[in-house]
Design a protein around this ligand. Structure first.
Ligand code: CA
Length: 233
């Protein structure tokens, strides 16, 4: 059986044990590391499928671990942060983390985040086919080649910026993208003005994708952090 292997990086032993037990119960393989140095060593020697990374480590900042790992690998990293400060999460996401969970978190929440990441991983591993062809998510369809977007088989009329935003989010489906990352990709800069514009464009794009609250939500807002396209089952 091909079990998903998860590296748990956490210096707080009770939390580390809780996560370990949870993963084991749900049929995941796991490894543990108590500090950043161990984390980098374990990541490089065992090549886990996913890293769960506490940001506050005794020997280095968790964000340093992300930067190191990103020099050789794109393995998904879910950041676990006790701090409610958004700046830490933003720094971690910009350094290359895929998602974040804020302590205290529930076991269900943790498992849900892992499943989201696994699905994203499966899509990535299925090949880069979506780079050139068609993206389908629920009732949303994007034909990248033709530059057309359809919702429930009807063409959506998007402005060029809205379309660029949608493409960026869809190519990173399941992943939280920070305001800075998005504005850099779209406008090549990340001033206050860019972020304000982004909010406006995202509001209109979201309205086109979800004209009514009862309709499927495709884009999730992370207040003060950024946006994510949800993978629809
Ligand atoms: Ca800690």
């Amino acid at each position: 059986m091909n079990k998903t292997t998860i590296l748990v990086v956490e210096d707080d032993r009770p939390i580390r044990n809780l996560i370990g037990t949870t993963l084991k119960t749900h049929d995941y393989k796991y490894l543990t590391a108590e500090n950043g140095t161990e984390a980098i060593l374990e990541a490089s020697s065992h090549n886990p499928d996913i890293i769960l990374l506490d940001l506050g480590l005794p020997d280095m900042e968790g964000v340093e671990v992300i930067r190191k790992v990103r020099t050789w690998s794109n393995m998904p990293i879910i950041v676990i942060s006790a701090r409610s400060e958004d700046t830490d999460k933003i720094e971690a996401l910009d350094a290359g983390a895929d998602d974040y969970i804020t302590k205290p978190f529930s076991v269900e929440e943790l498992l849900a985040r892992i499943r989201v990441t696994q699905r994203r991983l499966a899509i990535t591993q299925a090949g880069e086919t979506q780079e050139t062809s068609v993206f389908i998510n629920g009732e949303l369809k994007i034909d990248y080649t033709a530059g057309c977007t359809y919702l429930k088989n009807k063409e959506l009329h998007l402005t060029p910026i809205e379309y660029k935003l949608l493409c960026l989010l869809s190519r990173n489906v399941g992943k939280v993208l920070t305001h800075t990352y998005i504005t850099q990709q779209i406008w090549g800069s990340c001033s206050e003005n860019d972020i304000a514009s982004l909010r406006v464009f995202m509001a209109t794009l979201r309205k086109k994708l979800q004209p009514d609250k009862s309709e499927t939500q495709y884009i999730q807002t992370h207040i003060g952090i950024g946006y994510r396209m949800l993978r629809i089952e």
